[in-house]
Design a protein around this ligand. Structure first.
Ligand code: TYM
Length: 332
């Protein structure tokens, strides 16, 4: 059976981008067709300036949201990265296969390091090695597929390179995974700045729709979305990025196609109105389930405990094999 692994990082409240680009496919498709694991990757949240209490709170919230979007612990494994030691164990060994140059070429590293420096902060070493930990997340489970949004594709490519290199040098140990990216909404853009991704840790609140935004807030954000000058509704990512983003969001919410939808609307106003309602309706059941789950924190804890146990049992043999292959003396 195909093995699937993916994760979300608790650095901010989860967004419509996270949902349309990744989580929705996990819940609607992946958990039914594959042996799948979904992880709150909390170790990754420590790679930038962080507040411990906030990371803890956001990790719990992200885990609750994974269940609220419809992941069923009877069908898939839901857990928290730091509960399974194998991620950090494998990450170190993969650091011995990866190179400094490779890490410095990663787009997200360059962007995030520049942002930290602009703020006058220092760049954590873990930000540089972030993609290696991500590779460890994936390779520890022998995942065949990694369903992610477009922004993570480069990291999955690197994971492939590390797996191939390790296998060639030390003998076949890892499955070489591939990224799967949704056909629509693989990169949802900010509603205020359609040139940049709708990212949870960005400061541009009005440009980001959060999964837990109240309907009125969602409507306001969508209605105030920056559109381009021009009057007709056409789908053109290059020339009309703001409009294209709205058409993609609407298409992703309604199962349509952005190009076809562009012919249906005569004004920006009616497109925005329909998009706002489509997003509100999409989020309604998620928010309802989230409320119910918050009333039962013991249930969520139990899911995470079982999930970590299952994950540990899956990862340990592969990580042990990697330790042996690279030359470490087995513990007796
Ligand atoms: P993260 O937490 O930034 O995002 C989680 C998932 O949501 C997708 N995504 C988007 N998709 C479309 N449009 C957007 N605006 C948008 N924003 C986010 C991301 O592509 C991702 O699939 N490094 C990863 C977490 C991670 C991981 C892993 C993922 C760590 N280890 C192993 C897969 C496998 C990250 O920061 O995702």
């Amino acid at each position: 059976m195909t093995r699937v692994f993916s994760g979300v990082k608790p650095t901010g409240h989860l967004t419509l981008g996270n949902y349309l680009g990744a989580m929705r496919q996990w819940a609607a498709v992946d958990q039914y067709r594959a042996d799948s694991l979904f992880c709150v990757v909390d170790l990754h949240a420590l790679t930038v300036d962080h507040d411990p209490a906030r990371v803890r709170r956001l990790s719990r919230q992200a885990a609750t949201l994974l269940l609220a979007v419809g992941l069923d612990p009877e069908l898939c494994t839901v857990f928290v990265q730091s509960h399974v030691d194998e991620h950090a164990r494998l990450s170190y060994v993969l650091e011995c296969v990866a190179t400094d140059g490779e890490m410095r070429r990663m787009i997200q590293y360059k962007e995030k390091a520049a942002r930290e420096r602009e703020r006058g902060g220092s760049v954590r070493l873990s930000l540089l090695t972030y993609p290696v930990l991500m590779a460890a997340d994936i390779l520890a489970y022998g995942a065949d597929e990694v369903p992610v949004g477009d922004d993570q594709a480069q990291h999955v490519e690197l994971t492939r390179d590390l797996a191939v290199r390790f296998n060639q040098r030390y003998g076949h140990t890892f499955v070489v995974p591939r990224a799967t990216v949704p056909p629509v909404a693989a990169r949802v853009m900010s509603l205020q700045d359609p040139g940049s991704k709708m990212g949870k840790s960005d400061d541009a609140g009005p440009g980001i729709v959060y999964l837990l935004d109240e309907p009125e807030v969602v409507r306001k954000k969508v209605m105030r979305a920056v559109t381009d000058s021009g009057r007709e509704v056409v789908y053109d990512r290059e020339e009309r990025p703001g409009l294209a983003n709205l058409l993609e969001i609407l298409a992703a919410c309604t199962g349509g196609n952005p190009e076809a939808l562009s012919g249906v609307y005569e004004s920006y106003g009616s497109l925005k109105k329909d998009t706002a309602e489509a997003v509100v309706e999409l989020l309604r059941p998620v928010q309802e389930r989230h409320r119910a789950l918050c009333a039962d924190p013991g249930y969520v804890e139990g899911v995470l405990r079982d999930g970590a146990e299952r994950a540990r049992a899956m990862a340990r043999p592969t990580v042990d094999a990697a330790y042996r292959a690279i030359g470490l003396l087995p513990a007796v």
